[in-house]
Design a protein around this ligand. Structure first.
Ligand code: ARG
Length: 429
């Protein structure tokens, strides 16, 4: 075979690559260089369980990057994504706490900000063409700075695993030494997502190895644990009366609740990209905090605010899931939710036991729960007599309907077969 001399590639400028040190984003460095880019890497610490974080920059440079950035984004993640999500009791389709969904707009922010700093023309991510993480990163990046191009090497290169390994070897890419997981994993402070492999058949029970943060509820301690969580304006600030910074507080709850098997979620979700997928999540702190926060709202918010907020909470979750974090609707919804949280302060007591986090007590200086109105015992101040007129007016439209349409004669739709009847015997004559 005649060796073909490679044509010199046109120089394109800098690209900022979201780099995790895994195979895909490692191979992306020489691949982007082959396309004519100088590669700058950005690695984000969002609280994931990686033990080689401090070697990341060095590794990126060794692989060919011109510069490498390592950003601790944990506080950013909590203050700007996790706490707003908690205030919204955000659960996609009522179940998924959005852990992976929150980190993508944040990663997009970090990529764009480094790109501006470095004078880069593009950013790049390692998502495939099938997930929603690509949608989130790209929609968010375009919302932040449409002048910066977004590249998705893994989506474009059409290489199999084997070809990727070969490419890595040819380009002296240090291949990850950790064993490849049979799953696609993603984790941060708010939880862990596990998909693919045997989980793709929804009839299969997730194997033990699919879990990484929680104990099997069947093997959880026989003794329950109690925790008191204090909230200020919708945000948790103390555990068992002790003030705690946000990272510590979330870590603490992940450990304690996880040890009791709390936070396992196994669901089939409706993806934005059109198909359903089976997901296994572990979110001990998220499940605990959302449960407690929701409870605190029941004693601090009015019925009508709770109802409208419930609708907007659901919309918030959909926007977060679907990549619309930096949208005018999201801003407006967050402004509404923030207003509602002004009174959501107090303490909630939660019990962890065999996979369950159950609220067993709550109190608030702002409680609009009133003992004197609720009690059936001594001290009742509720005006019982006022109910008479209230019922008359409340039921009037329905009563009027029945009177107009003469429907009052049939009470049961079908006859009652098993009724028993006893009657007093008439006195003997
Ligand atoms: N399905 C979830 C979501 O879209 C989790 C995605 C996790 N990402 C991953 N690469 N495993 O939010």
């Amino acid at each position: 075979m005649v060796a073909v001399k490679k044509a010199a590639v046109e120089k394109k400028g800098k690209v900022v690559l979201a780099y995790s040190g895994g195979l895909d984003t490692s191979v992306a460095i020489p691949w982007l260089m082959d396309q004519g880019y100088d590669v700058v890497t950005m690695t984000a610490d969002v609280g994931q369980q990686a033990d080689n974080m401090d070697e990341m920059n060095e590794k990126a440079i060794k692989t060919g990057a011109v510069s490498a950035h390592m950003l601790d984004l944990r506080d950013e993640m909590i203050d700007n994504f996790i706490w707003p999500g908690l205030k919204a009791n955000a659960l996609y389709e009522g179940i998924y706490p959005l852990n992976s969904a929150y980190s993508r707009p944040l990663i997009a922010q970090a990529l764009i900000s480094i790109a501006q700093q470095e004078g880069a023309v593009a950013i790049a991510h390692g998502c495939t063409g099938k997930g929603q993480d690509q949608v989130r990163i790209e929609v968010c990046a375009n919302a932040l700075d449409p002048s910066i191009q977004v590249l998705a090497p893994v989506r474009d290169w059409h290489m199999t695993r084997e070809q990727e390994m070969e490419y890595a070897e040819k380009h002296n890419v240090p291949v990850p030494t950790t064993r490849m997981s049979p799953y696609s994993l993603d984790d941060n402070l708010w939880g862990r997502a596990c998909e693919c492999g045997v989980l793709e058949d929804p009839w299969n029970k997730p194997p033990k190895g699919a879990y990484g943060l929680t104990v099997d509820p069947l093997e959880a301690p026989d003794k329950p644990a109690l925790v008191e969580i204090t909230f200020e304006k919708g945000i948790p600030v103390a555990i068992d009366g002790k003030k705690m910074n946000s990272i510590k507080l979330i870590d603490h709850l992940n450990k304690l609740a996880g040890d009791h098997g709390v936070g396992r979620i196994d669901m089939v979700e409706n993806r934005l990209v059109g198909f359903k997928s089976r997901e296994v999540y572990e979110c001990p702190a998220a499940v605990t905090l959302i449960t407690a926060h929701k409870a605190l709202e029941t004693i601090t918010l009015t019925k009508d605010v709770m109802r409208v907020k419930g609708d907007l909470d659901r919309k918030f979750s959909e926007l977060a899931y679907e990549g619309c974090w930096f949208s005018p609707l999201m801003d407006a919804i967050q402004a509404f939710i923030d207003k509602t949280q002004e009174t959501v302060s107090g303490t909630v007591r939660v019990q962890f036991y065999k996979g369950q986090a159950v609220v067993e007590g709550m109190k608030s200086p702002n409680a609009i729960y009133r003992y004197d109105l609720a009690t059936y015992s001594e001290g009742d101040t509720f005006d019982h007599a006022a109910s008479v007129g209230f019922i008359k007016v409340w039921g009037l439209p329905i009563k009027t309907w029945t009177q107009t349409h003469n429907k009052g004669k049939i009470v049961f739709k079908s006859s009652i077969k098993d009724s028993k009847l006893a009657q007093k015997k008439p006195p003997k004559a």
